[in-house]
Design a protein around this ligand. Structure first.
Ligand code: DOR
Length: 436
């Protein structure tokens, strides 16, 4: 995160304060002094604080995104750490973890160091590197986890690829215990995916495209749950997309396996039917699934089986997404639309505002052991002000990512971040845009 001087005192006045870590859901004011929260309570006053009017709005901790792709180093034509960080704060995300599938891969301390350095120079959001679990994401040789942790990595993942060798995955999990970091698995059995690009089923048949079956995810999740149980390691399942995976994670958690899991907004909101017009902006890995899977993911998020919402923000350039469906790279941008998309679950009565905010804040912060995600007095002043019913039109060309590959491009959305503060510094407001 770039350092900027916080203002002396800011008072967020008149909002509905949602702080899941303490269970607070009540009208209150939030006072910020310097980089930290100084007071939370009713009718706070201050002689010389800058006032931010939060009436009619929710005031919540800044969101924490466990799973993003910032593309730097190596693919800065898609995104860089500065533009990714700017897009993040425009969507309310104040802490973001970035995956290791850069060029070069983040598999050595020098690359981790570089990423953190770039974040300090240009990102308004706090950036936390996820290091590769295996060298070059090749799934063969483990990275040097303790050196990567010392450089600032917070977790290990070959995301984008699956560690197919169970022996290697066992070792990764065993060593992850020693360094006390989670292993984030991208669970897709490559042999079962077999080149599939859309969910295997009626839609893949109608489109005449190779199918990627749900079982490719479920078998790998089950393998990794068994290995986590065997090793005692903390397994984090990335981008859960299937009913089978939700059910297996729930069962493993019930028997005491140390597992956490995330789901992406697109898997909560969209199904493979979205692909009937061959829109490559909706091509993603794992793919958009069936309605039954979507319902199971929503239920899994609501009942806490899926701990966190993570965007899997994955920018790709227009010329890449203009390739034919099989060739176009999978992934979609997600920071700026995530809140509006997941608020649908509140509107539908599937989850309370406090529980939704929990899955965007303290839950992901705890998974990565970050100092973030709560509004207690003395905590870092990473804060968002949200208007949950503000209607707006999404045009990615007017957003902050370098890329525009969103399935929501041109859509009318409901629910918007009005203010984002990081460490007491206002970094975004809906009137003026990103401020640093
Ligand atoms: O859709 C995806 N895009 N899934 C991944 O696992 C990788 C990501 C990317 O890096 O573009």
């Amino acid at each position: 995160m770039m350092s900027a001087d916080p203002e002396n005192e800011i008072l967020l006045r008149g909002g509905r304060v949602l702080d899941p870590a303490s269970g607070l859901d009540a009208p209150a004011d939030v006072s910020i002094e310097g980089a930290r929260i100084s007071r939370v309570g009713p009718n706070l006053t201050s002689a010389d604080a800058r006032i931010i009017d939060a009436s009619g709005c929710w005031v919540a901790p800044g969101f924490v995104d466990l799973h993003t792709h910032l593309r730097e180093p190596g693919q800065e034509y898609k995104e860089d750490i500065r533009t990714g960080g700017r897009s993040a704060v425009a969507g309310g995300f104040t802490s973001i973890a970035c995956m290791a599938n850069t060029q070069p891969v983040n598999d050595d301390p020098a690359t981790t160091d570089f990423i953190l350095d770039r974040a300090r120079q240009g990102s308004p959001a706090r950036v936390y590197p996820v290091a590769a679990a295996t060298r070059g994401l090749e799934g063969k040789v483990m990275t040097e986890m303790s050196a990567l942790m010392a450089a600032g990595a917070v977790a290990f993942s070959d995301d984008g690829r699956t560690i197919m060798d169970s022996g290697v995955m066992r070792l990764v999990l065993e060593y992850s215990r020693l360094v006390e970091a989670p292993v984030m698995t991208h669970a897709e059995d490559r042999r079962l995916v077999a080149g599939g690009v859309v969910n295997e089923g009626e839609v893949s048949t109608r489109l005449g495209l190779p199918g990627n079956p749900a079982i490719a995810e479920v078998t790998l999740v089950e393998r990794d749950l068994m290995l986590a149980e065997f090793t005692g390691a903390h397994l984090h399942v990335a981008h859960v997309s299937t009913r089978g995976a939700v059910e297996r994670i729930r069962a493993a958690r019930d028997r005491g396996v140390h597992v956490t899991a995330e789901v992406a907004p697109h898997h909560l909101a969209l199904t493979d039917e979205r692909l009937l017009d061959y829109d490559t902006n909706a091509k993603v890995a794992p793919p958009l699934r069936s309605e039954d899977d979507r319902i199971a993911c929503r239920a899994g998020l609501a009942d806490g089986t899926l701990d966190a919402i993570a965007t899997d923000h994955a920018p790709h350039a227009q010329h890449e997404k203009e390739l034919d469906f099989v060739e176009a790279p999978p992934g979609m941008i997600g920071f700026e639309t995530a809140l509006a998309v997941v608020l649908d679950m509140v509107r539908e009565g599937e989850i309370s505002p406090l529980e939704l905010i929990r899955r965007l804040t303290i839950n992901p912060a705890r998974i990565l052991r970050l100092e973030a995600g709560c509004l207690a007095e003395g905590s870092l002043a990473d804060v968002v002000v949200i208007d949950p019913s503000r209607k707006w039109h999404y045009d990615p060309a007017k957003g902050y990512s370098k890329s525009q590959n969103s399935p929501w491009a041109g859509s009318d959305l409901e629910g918007r971040v009005l203010h984002t503060l990081v460490g007491g510094v206002p970094v975004f407001d809906a009137e003026r845009g990103v401020l640093i």
